[in-house]
Unconditional design. Structure first.
Length: 297
């Protein structure tokens, strides 16, 4: 059964202006490095790492590659553990694709979840989504196959159809083998109008993996939460407005929540530290509500 979540009126508009506020959340003007958020042209040492990661992703993420990875990781035979155990594993992970943050990922998860909790106190499913949305980044760790960063992090984009110019550093995609494949390089490619994003193959990474983990372990989170987990890195869609011709009615409803979530995912990154032990009991109660004690990963 598909569960749709009613749209919360006061969160319908997402503030983008420098220093703006929306729903009580103040959007900062700069990231932790003093640069604009998602500035892929900043001339910094970190930006060189980010650009090279995207180059590798844009060359190697192909339709066939993603099909292979979904088949392999869809077996969920790597590890058996709880959601919180996975959160703690992220202390070992730094996302090289992120120009805005170089802290361990658990810091970002709690920053996101707590910012959402403040503005949407009654939507506990959204708080938990903030906590778990990046857990798929454990794919970088040896026990999960130790995948390269380009196969785990960074913005996601569809395969099997033409690459849109809204994809970050899109000029790199000229080197992708699918770009010259006539079956994959047209507007619709292997898809059809309104086919639904669930039928679209997107580049492989932590989003799709965590979606598979949550779905196959029978989470009771609503469909909007699963949509957020699966597409929060799909910036060409929720910021660029691309690929909407592939969406169905349910996608359009869930996209409203993704746009709300994206603000917190992006702008809550800061050097402000969260007291993990103080907030842990609350999130443990949500994990118990929406997930089994142990999950297959």
């Amino acid at each position: 059964m598909t569960i749709l979540v009613a749209q919360t009126e006061h969160g319908a508009e997402v503030g983008k202006k420098k220093g703006s506020s929306n729903g009580g959340f103040a959007v900062p003007g700069n990231n932790a490095f003093g640069n604009s958020f998602r500035d892929y042209n900043a001339e910094t040492e970190r930006q060189k790492i980010v650009t090279e990661l995207y180059r590798q992703s844009h060359i190697n993420q192909t339709y066939d590659f993603v099909k292979k990875m979904r088949e392999e990781y869809g077996k969920l035979n790597k590890v058996e553990m709880s959601i919180w155990e996975c959160c703690e594993l992220l202390n070992e992970v730094v996302d090289d694709s992120d120009p805005d943050l170089d802290e361990p990922q658990i810091e970002h998860l709690l920053q996101t979840a707590e910012a959402i909790r403040k503005d949407y106190p009654n939507d506990d499913w959204l708080h938990l989504t903030g906590l778990i949305h990046d857990l798929g980044k454990v794919l970088l760790l040896p026990s999960f196959g130790g995948l390269p960063q380009w196969a785990v992090v960074g913005d996601t984009f569809p395969l099997g159809c033409a690459f849109d110019e809204s994809i970050v550093l899109h000029e790199q995609l000229k080197e992708n083998p699918d770009n010259s494949n006539p079956a994959y390089n047209t507007k619709y490619g292997v898809y059809s109008e309104g086919c639904g994003l669930e039928n679209v193959v997107t580049s492989w990474g932590h989003d799709d993996y965590m979606y598979l983990v949550a779905k196959e372990n029978k989470t009771t989170l609503p469909s909007a939460a699963l949509f957020i987990i699966r597409y929060h890195s799909f910036y060409p869609l929720h910021r660029g407005g691309a690929y909407t011709h592939l969406m169905n009615k349910e996608d359009r409803e869930n996209l409203k929540w993704l746009k709300i979530f994206s603000k917190y995912d992006l702008y809550s990154k800061s050097k402000f530290r969260i007291d993990v032990e103080k907030v842990k009991p609350y999130y443990m109660s949500l994990i118990k509500k929406y997930f089994p004690a142990k999950l297959k990963w």
